[in-house]
Design a protein around this ligand. Structure first.
Ligand code: SF4
Length: 364
């Protein structure tokens, strides 16, 4: 159990191992709290290799907290396109505005003040304050929980928030005074490249081989204990790629709820037949001259799964549409969509069909 295990014995071997084995990552080039913040938020949802390009581009466009605070929302979402969890970047902007107003544009040098900012939980506050400022605060995420539950053969359900809180409070007193940031990064790094989440952990490369209870008792496959996630709700949709030459119809999603404020291809609940699609398009004042079914696609969110069927609809005159409705739809050149409008990865398959690349365009 975590409570009975001498966690302090893990510190020195972890620090020595980290010094020799840490990867050369863009966000490790300096200890700028803004850089650490951006990288930590991106890394919460995406693999290191995929984050590198997003990270470089984000900081190239928004090099300071002030730039983040002042960035127009559509552009901010475009920079985040493909990373998902868009509320995270919105919260970053809210926090950036607070930092501008209350802290003169500098990240506060205080764990509790960082923790109080929107979108920053105990993990991120611990990472920023320890790495940037040398504050003795732990940073416990799922990776750290996994490795320390293995080391101590702790069978608590790591999905329960209380377990994370327990481990955080157990780590506070053992944080090394001189290098808390390195210790946090060592734990993250062991979780990322040694004590792997899926498949066999690489115990022969681990600094804690002899101290690891699960390894010694040959019980690694029993840890960590994780309760099953709730079943996802399935939603069926029909996605319409309505095109006039090189222009495509996109629309803005509502300002609240799933994928709020992002752009999308028009889509309808349920699976529509070709005739239904044609009459839907005609009701909108458009003249479909060609309709073709597109391949099916699936996208998994944390609680919902979209199962999509699609149609390509070529229309003869989209301009007509704009005159017949109160709020004209956005009718955009493909190249402009590519550079300015954030379309979530859920529509990636259909975007690819019309040669739009989501997310990765514009990497340095
Ligand atoms: S010895 Fe193996 S199971 Fe234990 S912490 Fe290290 S890599 Fe993970």
């Amino acid at each position: 159990m975590l409570e009975d295990y001498k966690l302090e014995n893990l510190v020195e071997p972890a620090l020595t191992w980290f010094e020799k084995n840490k990867r050369d990552l863009p966000w490790r080039k300096d200890r700028n709290p803004y850089h650490i913040w951006v990288s930590e938020i991106m890394l919460q949802q995406t693999r290191v290799e995929a984050v590198k390009g997003y990270y470089e581009r984000f900081l190239h466009r928004l090099p300071t907290i002030r730039d983040l605070a002042e960035c127009p929302e559509d552009e901010l979402l475009k920079l985040w396109e493909g990373l998902g969890y868009y509320n995270r970047v919105r919260n970053m902007q809210k926090a950036a505005k607070i930092i501008m107003e209350d802290y003169g544009g500098n990240m506060p040098k205080d764990y509790d003040a960082i923790l109080a900012l929107p979108g920053i939980g105990a993990y991120t506050a611990g990472a920023i304050s320890s790495i940037a400022y040398g504050i003795s605060a732990p940073a416990v995420d799922g990776n750290v929980l996994r490795i320390l539950c293995r080391v101590s053969e702790d069978d608590s359900d790591i999905k329960k928030e209380g377990v994370k809180k327990k481990l955080t409070s157990l780590l506070f007193p053992i944080m090394p005074e001189k290098s808390p940031g390195d210790f946090n990064q060592a734990l993250m790094e062991i979780g990322a490249i040694v004590c792997l989440p899926n498949g066999e952990p690489l115990c022969d490369k681990c600094p804690w081989g002899k101290m690891c209870q699960a390894k010694c008792h040959n019980s690694i496959d029993r840890y960590p204990v994780k309760s099953k996630a709730a079943k996802r709700r399935i939603e069926e949709k029909t996605v319409l790629l309505i095109m006039d030459g090189d222009k495509i119809l996109i629309e803005k999603r509502p300002s609240k709820g799933l994928l709020a404020g992002l752009y999308q291809f028009p889509n309808l609940e349920g699976y529509l037949k070709r005739d239904d699609v044609i009459s839907y398009v005609r009701k909108k004042g458009l003249d479909p001259i060609f309709t073709e079914p597109l391949p099916e696609a699936k996208h998994i969110f944390s609680h919902i799964e979209w199962r999509m069927k699609g149609y390509l609809v070529k229309v003869s005159d989209l301009e007509l549409y704009q005159e017949t409705v109160e709020e004209p739809p956005i009718l955009i050149e493909k190249s402009k969509i590519q550079s300015e409008y954030a379309i979530p990865a859920a529509f990636e398959k259909y975007a690819t069909y019309v040669n739009l690349t989501l997310g990765k365009k514009g990497f340095l």
